[in-house]
Design a binder for this molecule. Structure first.
Ligand code: NHW
Ligand code: EN5
Length: 388
């Protein structure tokens, strides 16, 4: 059934629950000197390119490829529209490798028609902290689909990751592949219900009018928690300590140091927002919440072209109840004019989703590890990792 994935070191469905196969790496590492030194062959009309995402012209080509050809929902009503600034952030974390930002061009006219990326990340699986790659932004132009180009892209990014002596990867997808380590559901909290209904993102509930719906999703104009403020540079050490402690309770989670926290969580306009609670009494940082900005293009609507969505990222409560903290996150997202606030049912999110009027979406997100086997799939609440 999976002619490509059956050949890869990933856990296969038939092995689920087999207690005779140990948890951990599937294939042992080989010496880097034995890694294939030349790129995989592409069909004759195409050539490899390494994309310098800092270069404005290249960033524009990648942005254009993705904005027309990347992920859509199951009814092709919306398509992710990652901004150039977002891509620059997502692809240049501490220690990134330019060689892992891979494109495919048409030889004749140099048009960019496919893309895949990796970035390095320390990820803990149970007690094992492993330097992995996070693979994302796999995209093949709509006109070149179903020609088995994706397996070539995946093998090439794998080869370039192996050249850096890295042997495991983490990735997510909306489709089922061999074999998810966890399956999460998307939940959505309407901030601008009128627009969401107008564009077909949500529907008027049974026995609901538009004005009752607007009232139902109304939020206060200001956050309620005393000491709630935007994260600043000086907050990196206490936020790193909070995160380290918090993420240690999940089976799979990133292992962040201060440089990672600076990169991934320091606020960047229209990319990532982070807030925290500083105790008015002793100035301790006790709670933290964050969300990233990922708009979607609205396909086939004459009144609206983009949906402004916030995605829950990492949230930590030690003093402020998580539900109150997330309500404050909704309030600031509303102030910043987001239309919808999305979250997965991962980490402790289940404890606030229903109460804060999130509703289940029609999309699932499956999490995968490459060359690492877990005996059983995790529950969403055991997963402490959010990929972009
Ligand atoms: S998930 C989003 C992926 N992108 C999209 O959905 C964009 C729209 N779709 C497309 O561009 C986030 C194409 O449909 C793509 C497939 C390119 C998806 N992951 O070329 P063929 C990520 O970026 C398998 C993995 O004919 P196509 C994560 C499929 O199962 N595999 O298909 C990326 C089949 O194999 P099988 C996927 O439609 C993680 C084969 O590709 C997949 O023209 C990548 C068919 O290829 C997906 N999302 O192009 C893995 N979609 O065995 C990283 C399809 O079933 C692994 N396939 O026959 C780790 C590597 C690093 C290791 C380091 C140690
Ligand atoms: C790699 N990092 O399907 C990511 N989104 O639910 C790649 N549905 O927005 C993998 N279909 O349910 C991405 N509205 C996989 C996800 C692909 C995108 C996707 C889903 C997630 C989505 C919306 C719109 C559906 C349109 C028709 C949805 C209902 C919202 C409603 C709001 C009010 C309360 C009840 C729910």
């Amino acid at each position: 059934r999976h002619r490509f994935w059956e050949t890869q070191p990933v856990s296969q469905f038939k092995d689920l629950g087999d207690t005779f196969i140990p948890e951990g790496p599937i294939d042992p590492p080989t010496p880097v000197s034995e890694v294939k030194k030349v790129p995989y062959n592409l069909p004759a009309l195409y050539e490899w390119t390494t994309c310098d995402i800092q270069d404005d012209a290249t960033a524009a080509e990648v942005y254009n490829l993705l904005s027309s050809n990347y992920v859509e929902d199951d009814e092709n009503m919306f398509r992710f529209n990652y901004s150039k600034e977002f891509l620059c952030w997502a692809l240049r974390p501490p220690g990134y490798f330019k060689s892992w930002h891979i494109g495919v061009r048409v030889k004749a006219n140099k048009k960019l028609v496919a893309f895949i990326t990796g970035v390095p990340a320390k990820i803990r699986v149970r007690t094992d902290v492993i330097l992995m790659a996070e693979v994302n932004f796999l995209c093949v132009h709509k006109k070149l689909r179903s020609k088995r180009l994706a397996p070539v892209l995946i093998k090439e990014v794998t080869r370039r990751i192996h050249l850096e002596d890295i042997w495991q990867a983490a990735y997510t997808a909306g489709i089922v592949l061999p074999t998810p380590i966890a399956t999460c559901q998307y939940w959505h909290r309407s901030l601008n219900p009128k627009k969401l209904i107008d564009v077909g993102f949500s529907r008027l509930g049974p026995r609901m009018t538009m004005s009752r719906t607007i009232r139902l999703f109304k939020l206060p104009s200001l956050p309620a928690t005393p000491g709630f403020r935007k994260m600043e540079l000086r907050d990196i050490p206490p936020v790193t300590r909070l995160l380290k402690e918090y993420l240690s309770k999940f089976a799979v989670a990133p292992f962040f140091d201060e440089m990672d926290v600076e990169h991934w969580l320091l606020p960047r306009e229209d990319v990532v927002n982070s807030y925290l609670v500083e105790s008015p009494e002793n100035h301790e940082i006790t709670d933290f919440c964050s969300f990233y900005t990922l708009p979607s293009s609205i396909l086939n609507n004459s009144n609206h072209s983009t949906l402004k969505a916030a995605y829950s990222f990492y949230n930590i409560s030690t003093k402020t109840p998580l539900q109150q903290l997330m309500n404050d996150a909704l309030i600031v997202a509303k102030q910043k004019d987001y239309d919808v606030f999305n979250a997965l049912d991962a980490m402790e999110n289940e404890s606030f989703l229903k109460e804060l009027k999130f509703g289940p979406g029609d999309g699932m997100l499956h999490y995968y590890l490459y060359n690492y086997r877990l005996r059983y799939a995790l529950l969403p609440s055991e997963l402490g990792l959010v990929l972009l």
